[in-house]
Design a protein around this ligand. Structure first.
Ligand SMILES: [Ca+2]
Ligand SMILES: [Ca+2]
Length: 329
């Protein structure tokens, strides 16, 4: 079933170019087979220095609104804005995803992508209608050098919708089948999951955006202490797991990254290397916010910042271990 979601028009008072994230529901099977994934990284064994990270700015993009007539539960609001006494799945959740990628640079090494998201869940039957927002992303260093995605790039992603399923509710175990999603950095697409990526040779592709307004096509990532990389990136993924307790879902998933590099401030960080998504070693944890004491400012809602601040209380990231990267994918 195709259920196009029409986002509100973005407020264009700040910047002329804004992604709109009209996420359409899949009409055909997803293509997650990644083929030769490539990721750009700095390989020179330079001394590792802290990467810079611009201060966060407000998102210019509006929230999307579900049009499916989803119902909130009938419970009352608790002090932290999460519902109580109603549907155990409805309300605000924190989601931490920990993706494993193997990079071939001579030998294979593992790098991990650690993301913290805020998820607002409503429900219709066994469908969980999730509005997701990326709050923070951290990439583990490669050869001591870290790629930093500036917060302004993260904030420009706005929110998007994912439709997940609960399987076997009422039985002894409930499986969680997370919906397919496409997370875009440095570009917008009519269909973030299925549209073809821009070409490296077409930096004037109108779908590219410039979140940090630096005049370079797409998003600018900081690599190491001083190198800047100009990219458009899509991550396609879905989570698969199980409900392991009240308000707690754990598991792994499928994940693929497509990255188009338009240029770099120095040739040394514009090189690309073969990568593959290390499926057996992905993991995620999704935890409902109700009753956790995350609402530090007592405003009745749990914000991205509050989820980020408290995530270390419940999420343990896997440390990179090259032994997780097999000899052959
Ligand atoms: Ca840019
Ligand atoms: Ca709050």
């Amino acid at each position: 079933m195709r259920r196009p979601n029409r986002p509100n028009r973005p407020n264009r008072s700040k910047r002329p170019s804004c992604p709109t994230w009209p996420l359409r529901w899949p009409a055909s099977r997803p293509r997650l087979s990644p083929g030769p994934l490539r990721v750009a990284l700095l390989v020179a064994a330079l001394a590792a220095l802290p990467g810079c990270e611009p201060a966060p700015t407000d998102s210019t993009f509006p929230d999307q609104v579900f049009d499916a007539g989803a119902t909130a539960d009938g419970g009352g609001a608790s002090s932290d804005g999460a519902t109580t006494g109603g549907d155990p799945f409805v309300g605000t959740w924190g989601l931490a995803t920990d993706w494993s990628t193997c990079v071939t640079v001579g030998s294979r090494i593992e790098t991990r992508s650690r993301k913290i998201l805020r998820v607002e869940v409503t429900r219709k039957g066994n469908r969980l209608l999730e509005q997701r927002q990326l709050c923070q992303i951290q990439l583990t260093p490669i050869f001591g050098l870290k790629t930093v995605v500036p917060q302004v790039v993260v904030d420009a992603m706005g929110t998007w919708q994912v439709e997940s399923r609960l399987l076997g509710e009422g039985g002894e175990e409930i499986a969680y089948a997370g919906g397919l999603e496409g997370q875009l950095m440095g570009l917008q697409m009519a269909n973030p999951i299925y549209d073809v990526m821009p070409l490296k040779t077409e930096p004037s592709d109108p779908r590219l955006i410039d979140p940090e307004n630096d005049g370079n096509p797409g998003a600018t990532f900081n690599v190491g202490p001083s190198c800047k990389l100009y990219v458009a990136q899509r991550e396609t993924s879905n989570l698969t797991g199980r409900v392991v307790g009240p308000g707690r879902i754990e598991g792994g998933g499928a994940h693929a990254t497509e990255q188009v590099v338009f240029g770099s401030s120095a040739a040394i960080c514009g090189q690309t290397f073969a990568t593959f998504s290390n499926t057996p070693h992905h993991k995620f944890l999704m935890l409902k916010a109700a009753g956790k004491g995350w609402d530090d400012d007592k405003d009745g809602t749990v914000s991205c910042a509050e989820i980020v601040k408290h995530h270390t209380e419940w999420m343990t990231w896997a440390e990179p271990d090259d032994k997780r990267c097999p000899e052959k994918p």
